[in-house]
Design a protein around this ligand. Structure first.
Ligand SMILES: [Zn+2]
Length: 196
């Protein structure tokens, strides 16, 4: 960063030199040029974010006996995260081929009976991630949607938050929607960067 700034200064590009100095003074990730999206205080991250683009398909088999669709919910959940961070490189692309649909995807959203969990994100990394939901959860749209928001947050690179932080990423079950601090966190990861 110092070298870049010095070179720019000798070129006489005063504006660029000032931007470089500000980024260093603020202690921000040097990848940033957009100071509107700082890291939210105290928020925990998984330590990576999605590289490139990611698709997820939905396998609705084995779900609870309700009349709503897991695919509709997954599309709605990703759209909600994208409303916070339009650059989010995640798409739900339909019903998985293995479930009789025509979508081939990088990851799956599906149901599975689990003894002690209502939802889980598995195989998480910057290049992979699957989501499993329990069909034994009280089958209300709001509750399962909040669980899916939470697990999708893990896929995006968000970690668990302490119970006193109002966040969809704390462990308080299905009670939390996305909050302002979650919006800041996902913007920090996906908006205002100059490179992947
Ligand atoms: Zn979790």
């Amino acid at each position: 960063m110092l070298v870049t700034v010095l070179v720019l200064m000798t070129m006489g590009t005063i504006t660029m030199a000032i931007i470089g100095t500000l980024a260093v003074a603020g202690g921000l990730d040097p990848e940033y040029r957009e100071l509107r999206y700082p890291k939210p205080d105290g928020y925990r991250f998984e330590g990576w974010r999605i590289q490139g683009t990611r698709t997820m398909c939905v396998d609705p088999r084995g779900g609870p006996p309700v009349d709503w669709s897991l695919l509709d919910m997954a599309v709605d959940v990703v759209a909600t995260w994208q409303a916070a961070a339009p650059s989010l490189p995640l798409t739900v692309n339909g019903i998985c081929k293995s479930a009789g649909g025509n979508a081939e995807a990088d990851g799956k959203i599906r149901w599975e009976h689990m003894s002690d969990l209502w939802g889980e994100a598995r195989n998480l990394s910057s290049t992979s991630g699957n989501i499993v939901l329990s069909p034994d959860v009280p089958p209300s749209w709001d509750c399962v949607r909040n669980l899916l928001l939470h697990e999708t947050g893990h896929v995006l690179g968000l970690g668990h938050q302490s119970d006193d932080m109002p966040s969809v990423m704390n462990r308080a079950g299905c009670t939390h929607e996305i909050t302002l601090v979650d919006v800041s966190a996902v913007r920090y990861l996906y908006e205002g960067r100059t490179k992947k």
